[in-house]
Design a protein around this ligand. Structure first.
Ligand SMILES: Cc1cc2nc3c(=O)[nH]c(=O)nc-3n(C[C@H](O)[C@H](O)[C@H](O)COP(=O)(O)OP(=O)(O)OC[C@H]3O[C@@H](n4cnc5c(N)ncnc54)[C@H](O)[C@@H]3O)c2cc1C
Length: 464
């Protein structure tokens, strides 16, 4: 067995692993990266964030082509198949892999492709894709092995009509009717994608409200627009069993209902990729969701083993994973790049898009904080009218006495970009965090950012 020595070995090349590897390498450490896939980028690039966002982008373009009267001059509305739109996602994936592969080369990080498991606290064995086994010895390890869809034993994922968010990317036809089981972020995003392609979607929610962590008004707006796009949302439902047929799938619900569709997409939960890591060889144990427990420095109970990204659980976002990985390496190299990542915006790429940061109205009311609301509706804004994107709203929540910005909630065109302006102001200390910023600053015109000015005036006008 070949043996290699490193300062830091990173397991997993998703955003968490990449953030850790780059930070450690830039601090002068000798770094190796191991990934069980033959290409870097992690599940984020190959199965999760990137393909779903690329799919959504193409679907939005198709929807615009089919609904904007301008395009009728060049042709009638057209129907596109799922495999057609998937092709554009594949192009993005390969471009992402190419750029990310370049980062490893440029930073002199060795890459190993195979499945890593701990032999002891100082070494991992890598069963390479060519069958060879290699030993990597290191002073520190960062586990960034991510997560995968949770697959309950009583659902037959080998049935050709039952998919999860990984296998849906192998769908080679366009179902006429699709059941999406699980109405979390991934379920809602895929519901938007498929309904945008004209598929009739039944979205099954275990709860009584979609994405209940959102501000109620935003959650209500999402429900309205998903319904408007022909999605049937069924709340408070749980599966009894899933019956795969030759020509369809029947979902039997505990409430006694039965729903039939051409395919079922399971979007109910994820589990950390820890089962192949040999954690028992280093005295670590994953929790019931396959996740590793870490402290604020992303250090596990074994002092030289760190973990970041989906494998540590909340918030299970690529955005946070990258920063957590960088912070984990920051703890190792002690170069002041550590920070505990706890203030993460929400970015949800449904149709319409949603993004928020800070407190919701519900939270502020519960905490008895005297707040006021300012809103800007996109339908009245020049940039949204030009872009033919009338759906959406920016809502600012601020303290009615100090004018401190407490929450930013947005849905509609560019919501995930717009939120960052509010985030920048919210992160200011003292009086610099004030809604007044938006009325005392000149915004480009026409922009979506101008919504802050409109919403701030709306809110300030309510004060007495
Ligand atoms: C459909 C979908 C859409 C999403 N959309 C968004 C979004 O819009 N925005 C957002 O911020 N987040 C989104 N996410 C979440 C995001 O993809 C994850 O939070 C992110 O991928 C986590 O990154 P990570 O670095 O922890 O691990 P991952 O990206 O999961 O990568 C882990 C890597 O480790 C490898 N690995 C696993 N076990 C081993 C082993 N034993 N040895 C070696 N390598 C191993 C895996 O093969 C994989 O390549 C989405 C997720 C899904 C499923």
């Amino acid at each position: 067995m070949a043996v290699y020595n490193y300062d830091v070995v990173v397991l997993g090349s998703g955003p968490a692993g990449e953030g850790a590897a780059m930070n450690a390498a830039k601090a002068g450490r000798k770094v190796a990266m191991v990934d069980s896939r033959a290409l870097v980028g992690g599940n984020c690039t190959h199965l999760g964030t990137i393909p779903s966002k690329a799919l959504r982008h193409s679907v939005r373009q198709i929807m615009q082509y089919n609904t904007n009267p301008l395009f009728r001059q060049i042709g009638e509305p057209r129907w596109f198949s799922f495999p057609d739109v998937l092709k554009s996602a594949e192009r993005v994936i390969s471009k992402q892999v190419a750029s990310r592969t370049g980062y490893y080369a440029r930073n002199r990080i060795d890459t190993f492709f195979g499945t890593a498991s701990f032999a002891d606290e100082r070494s991992v064995d890598v069963v390479c894709l060519n069958g060879m086994v290699e030993k990597l010895v290191a002073k520190q390890f960062v586990v960034a092995t991510g997560s995968r869809p949770y697959r309950p034993a009583d659902v037959d994922f080998h049935h050709p009509r039952v998919y999860d968010s990984d296998t849906i990317l192998n769908l080679s036809h366009t179902p006429r009717r699709l059941i999406i089981y699980g109405a979390g972020v991934i379920g809602c995003e895929y519901a938007s994608i498929f309904s945008g392609l004209g598929v009739m979607v039944d979205l099954i929610d275990n709860r009584d409200q979609l994405l209940s962590f959102l501000d109620d008004e935003i959650s209500d707006a999402l429900s309205y627009h998903l319904r408007n796009n022909n999605i049937i949302i069924r709340h408070n439902e749980e599966y009894e069993r899933i019956e795969g047929l030759d020509h369809g799938v029947v979902l039997h619900l505990k409430s006694g209902k039965k729903i039939k569709a051409d395919a079922l997409l399971w979007c109910n939960g994820r589990t950390g990729n820890t089962d192949k890591l040999g954690l028992e060889n280093v005295g670590l144990k994953a929790n019931g969701r396959g996740q590793i427990t870490v402290d604020e420095h992303y250090r596990s109970e074994v002092s030289n083993i760190y973990a970041a990204g989906d494998v540590i659980g909340w918030p299970s976002l690529a955005s946070a994973a990258y920063d957590q990985g960088r912070s984990a390496a920051g703890s190792i190299v002690d170069n002041d790049s550590w920070r505990f990542v706890n203030d993460v915006p929400t970015g949800i790429y449904t149709i319409p898009e949603i993004s928020s940061i800070g407190k919701t109205e519900r939270e502020l009311t519960q905490e008895q904080i005297p707040y006021e609301v300012g809103k800007a509706f996109f339908k009245g804004m020049a940039r949204a009218q030009i872009a033919v994107e009338p759906v959406g709203m920016l809502k600012l929540l601020f303290h009615r006495e100090t004018l401190e910005l407490l929450g930013v909630h947005c849905f509609g065109y560019q919501a995930s970009e717009i939120v960052h302006i509010g985030q920048a102001i919210m992160s200011q200390k003292g009086e610099a965090n004030s809604i007044k910023y938006f009325v005392n600053t000149t915004f480009n015109y026409p922009t979506m950012a101008e919504a802050y000015r409109v919403a701030a005036f709306d809110g300030l006008n309510r004060l007495f």
